[in-house]
Design a protein around this ligand. Structure first.
Ligand SMILES: [Zn+2]
Ligand SMILES: [Zn+2]
Length: 125
């Protein structure tokens, strides 16, 4: 499933334990975004095991294997957002203030599950 030209299994694995349950469907969507984006995309978080997710005190989106955080800012962030929306990412989290190096965009393609996660949606950090 990690047979693609852009993203390695390692960069999409849990940072604490190396586990990787990243969903194939989401990876294929990410590869389409990368092809349209045309520049390297730096992944700072992909799959997270539930324990790591709890340590980070985050919502469970990354534990589903359908979420990724990409380090990006300014015009790159604008371009990535456009493409991600076109390609059907349904959860968009935007961190675009403070240090340029710490800016990122969260993308996930979770489905709408009543009472669990409302999609499509967008939020800021
Ligand atoms: Zn882990
Ligand atoms: Zn995220």
């Amino acid at each position: 499933m990690f047979d693609n030209d852009y993203f390695t299994e390692a960069e999409l694995s849990c940072r604490c334990c190396g586990k990787n349950n990243f969903k194939d469907k989401t990876l294929r969507r990410l590869v389409r975004v990368r092809e349209l984006y045309g520049n390297p995309m730096i992944v700072n978080s992909g799959y997270r095991c539930p324990a790591q997710n709890t340590r980070l005190n985050a919502t469970m989106t990354h534990a589903t294997g359908q979420a990724v955080d990409v380090s990006v800012a300014l015009s790159g962030a604008h371009k990535l957002l456009n493409i991600a929306l076109e390609e059907g990412f349904t959860g968009i989290g935007v961190k675009q203030k403070g240090s340029i190096k710490k800016r990122f965009i969260h993308l996930d393609d979770l489905d709408s599950i009543p009472g669990k996660c409302i999609r499509p949606t967008v939020w800021s950090y």
